[in-house]
Design a protein around this ligand. Structure first.
Ligand SMILES: *Cc1c(COP(=O)(O)O)cnc(C)c1O
Length: 387
């Protein structure tokens, strides 16, 4: 990385492009090369410096990891082969059979199954709680509790959790606070600055941002990331150098992409609030959102995710989706294309309509990931589909 003349720290937008870069000299390529080789020549008479892709120590992974740590204001970071690999290895490094994990019940479907099927099967006690219930964390901590796991912002309702009281508790009781902040990206939220110990991202989403790489990230202290690396090596969850190279390219535009999608999401939320056929708009940037104040205090931008509820429920949603021309009906999020999905057919398909309605996701609920198209074109598409 070029050394800045003043001591002013570099901003996230600049770090996303130059962070952890070696100083350039004449003749060097501007774009860092892809080193696809799995093995590397070894020095004689020593095991030091052994390089192998699965060990997470080949050139594209090393530079990317240093850069990702900078973006999340963390001591260290590790890149893994998916968001699920990140969650699995992050928690395997913290929990042993008999330990107790307290988790929010509003978590990604894959994470839910990992905890309730795999971890419970390994003898880890997992307890899911409603994170919006007052004092729930304090009430639920036991002497075996090793970690608290939360996701914020919450999928698909865009609720925002306040980390500050939770981290006050975890810091005082020696419990790790683990936060999946995939929905925010480090542009909108840096959980370590709010007291988290571990941050997880599905880099498949905003960090890469182009719908073409599957990857995950874990950020935390140096000794902890060393433990996660041991899990990554042994469970074989390391990404290929090309995935790292593509992710490094995606990162360079992270700041402009996220800020653009934030601005468009805000404009769409405001437009939708004035539509008679839209019965509810879920976006933390709106003053009437239940967590608007917390979002304003703890986030740096309100995000590119929003949800709408349509008058006429599931049938209206179905008609609306079939009429869309630009907005693409597909799962996942955080990329250049604007996507829409229905939780009743994706993340919440295993629940009944009544169960979904109880947690605020009635039929007719649509989740949007706002991409980088011109916002007037997006609103025009939504408007014609609503009519
Ligand atoms: C997508 C997602 C994951 C899983 O990431 P993959 O890259 O698909 O393995 C985990 N958490 C959240 C919040 C996600 O949106």
């Amino acid at each position: 990385m070029p050394s800045p003349r003043s001591s002013r720290p570099l901003s996230l937008a600049t770090l996303a492009i130059h962070g952890a870069r070696e100083a350039h000299k004449p003749g060097d390529p501007v774009v860092e090369p892809l080193v696809q080789s799995v093995n590397h020549l070894q020095a004689f008479g020593t095991a030091d410096g052994l390089k192998y892709t699965r060990y997470g120590n080949t050139p594209n992974a090393l530079r990317l990891q240093k850069r990702l740590a900078m973006l999340d204001a963390a001591e260290s970071a590790l890149v893994l082969s998916s968001g699920m690999a990140a969650t699995a290895c992050a928690l395997l490094a913290l929990l042993r059979p008999g330990d107790h994990l307290l988790a929010s019940k509003y978590i990604y479907g894959g994470t839910y199954r990992l905890l309730m099927e795999e971890f419970v099967g390994m003898g880890i006690q997992v307890q899911l709680v409603d994170p919006f219930e007052p004092r729930i964390w304090r009430k639920s901590i036991k002497k075996e509790t090793r970690a608290i796991f939360i996701e914020s912002p919450v999928n698909p309702t865009c609720r925002v959790l306040d980390l500050r009281p939770i981290s006050f508790l975890t810091k005082n009781s020696g419990i790790a606070l683990v936060v999946d902040s995939t929905f925010a990206s480090p542009v909108n939220f840096r959980p370590i600055e709010s007291g988290a110990d571990v941050v997880i991202h599905s880099a498949t989403k905003y960090l890469n941002g182009h719908h073409d790489v599957l990857a995950g990230v874990v950020c935390g202290s140096e000794p902890y990331i060393e433990e996660v690396l041991q899990k990554e090596m042994l469970w074989g969850q390391t990404p290929d150098p090309f995935a790292c190279w593509l992710l490094e390219r995606g990162l360079k535009t992270l700041d402009v992409r996220v800020r653009r999608s934030n601005a468009s999401a805000m404009a769409i939320a405001e437009w939708a609030s004035g539509q008679k056929l839209v019965t509810a708009v879920h976006y933390p940037g709106l003053p009437d959102h239940p967590d608007h104040k917390i979002a304003k205090e703890t986030l740096d931008g309100f995000g590119g995710m929003l949800a709408l509820e349509l008058k006429g429920g599931g049938r209206a949603a179905d008609r609306f989706l079939r009429r869309l021309k630009l907005v693409t009906h597909a799962p996942s999020l955080g990329g250049v294309d604007t996507l829409v999905s229905e939780p009743r057919f994706t993340s919440h398909a295993k629940m009944t309509a009544a169960e979904r309605a109880k947690i605020g996701i009635p039929d007719g609920f649509l989740r949007f990931s706002i991409g980088l198209e011109q916002v007037d074109d997006l609103i025009a598409d939504l408007e014609q589909a609503l009519k």
